[in-house]
Design a protein around this ligand. Structure first.
Ligand code: NAD
Ligand code: ZN
Ligand code: ZN
Length: 405
């Protein structure tokens, strides 16, 4: 079958690989009808999240049709249309039962104390082959698959695989309650769903910060008050908009590939921290493979944290859903401590939220398909990756059709 395969930092290819087979009685094999490219995939190619195994199939977002199930999968059968949860749990351990699927004790072959299991991810995260492929093996399929009603299209379902539950998780752990002023840092696909979810959970105002005008425009369409850090100093703008108090909650939807401002008043200030960011990058991403501007790591890994913490109201809450590697040890702890902030973070517990979000999509309350800006056949996948990596205007979220060569 055709699949997107990680070979090295800066080197992914559309290869022919063997089809997956049932390995455990709790597995299912799913024929993928829609997959997607995620900001998380970019970290692996830019070299800012390390530990990928050469030969691993990439991708963790998928919708498909069940081909085959192991004997201990009793809730699905061949022919069922399903959504695949990006984050994987076993459904039986104490963590899964408490809703902490991202910290499942069982599913990661590296053992109970290892990281969140997800497809197409580093060895520490289980090395499960990913979903940018014609077929995929789903472990503990009873918990990690969700039946899709006829009324929900693939385009409506695919954001429920990862980006919508992640954004929703961000609003939950940011402790957003009625009337809150919420700052969402980063208006990529995850940030967009964090904005939408913050409003769903009662936010009175959402301030959205990014450096890309097209992404900010989409945030504005969701009702957010937008701030371009390449035009104004975002911390000053937030202070002005909140009468010097700052937002109650902040959500980091940027991740380790954060950028410094390249123009405007914030750019001049950022020069003071250039050396700090260079030191961070040397340690976080010792190996990069930038080509013609592609696969270039963000130049300021903790930029969003510095701004978020500086601008938060005293005793506010920061939720970190952007991904940072275990090797990152540069968090600005001092300012956070001295403001009595609460900080919650992690990978989303997707199976906990997917049924609720699916119901909202089914009822028409949310139309997540509007976030998909590109629909590409598999033969275009390499170009699609590059355009998304370069944040080409208009390229917010790429859906892939693995069955169309
Ligand atoms: N926690 C989870 O379970 C989970 C799940 C999915 C994705 N993620 C992570 O969420 C993050 C966002 O994913 P995405 O797909 O939206 O990626 P993306 O790369 O498309 O979006 C990141 C956005 O942040 C903006 N940005 C860069 N520097 C910034 C700064 N200093 N301040 C404000 N904005 C800045 C970029 O312009 C971009 O629009 C990634 O780190 C991804 O790995 C986490
Ligand atoms: Zn994703
Ligand atoms: Zn578990």
């Amino acid at each position: 079958m055709k699949a997107v395969v990680w070979h090295d930092v800066g080197d992914i290819r559309l290869d022919t690989v063997p089809e997956p087979k049932i390995e455990q009685s709790t597995d299912a094999i799913v024929r993928i009808t829609t997959a997607a490219i995620c900001g998380t995939d970019l970290h692996f190619i830019r070299g800012t999240v390390r530990g990928m195994r050469p030969g691993l199939v990439l991708g963790h977002e998928g919708v498909g049709v069940v081909e085959e199930v192991g004997k201990n999968v009793r809730n699905f059968r061949r022919g069922d249309r399903v959504l695949l949860s990006a984050v994987l749990g076993c459904g039986s351990c104490a963590y899964c039962r408490a809703g902490y699927y991202a910290q499942c004790d069982t599913i990661n072959p590296n053992g109970a104390r290892s990281g969140t299991a997800f497809y197409g991810a580093p060895a520490d995260n289980g090395s499960f082959n990913g979903l940018q492929a014609e077929y995929a093996r789903v472990p503990y399929a009873h918990t990690n698959l969700f039946g899709l009603p006829e009324s929900i299209t693939d385009e409506q379902a695919i954001p429920l695989s990862d980006i919508y539950p992640t954004g929703y998780f961000g609003a939950v752990i940011a402790q957003v309650t009625d009337g809150d002023v919420v700052a969402v840092w980063g208006c990529g696909p995850v940030g967009q769903f964090a904005i939408l979810s913050a409003f769903q959970r009662g936010a009175g105002r959402v301030l959205a910060i990014d450096g890309h005008a097209d992404r900010l425009e989409r945030a504005r369409a969701l009702g957010a008050e937008v701030i371009n850090f390449n035009e104004v100093d975002p911390v000053e703008a937030i202070m002005e908009l909140t009468r010097g108090i700052g937002p109650d909650r902040a959500i980091d939807a940027v991740g380790v590939d954060a950028e410094s401002p390249k123009s405007g008043p914030a750019a001049a200030k950022a020069r003071d921290t250039d050396e700090l960011h260079r030191a961070e990058l040397r340690e976080i991403a010792p190996k990069t493979n930038e080509r013609n501007g592609r696969w270039r790591p963000g130049d300021a890994p903790t930029q969003a944290h510095h701004w978020a913490i500086e601008s938060l109201a005293k005793a506010g809450t920061l939720a970190i859903i952007g991904v940072y590697p275990p090797t990152d040890r540069f968090f600005p702890i001092g300012t956070a401590m001295n403001k009595n902030l609460t900080i919650n973070m992690g990978n989303g517990n997707h199976p906990r939220y997917i049924p609720k979000l699916l119901a909202m999509v089914e009822s028409g309350v949310v139309r997540p398909e509007q976030m998909l800006t590109q629909h590409e056949p598999m033969r275009e996948v390499m170009t699609a990756y590059e355009e998304f990596d370069m944040r080409k205007p208009g390229w917010l979220k790429v859906a892939l059709n693995p069955s169309v060569n």
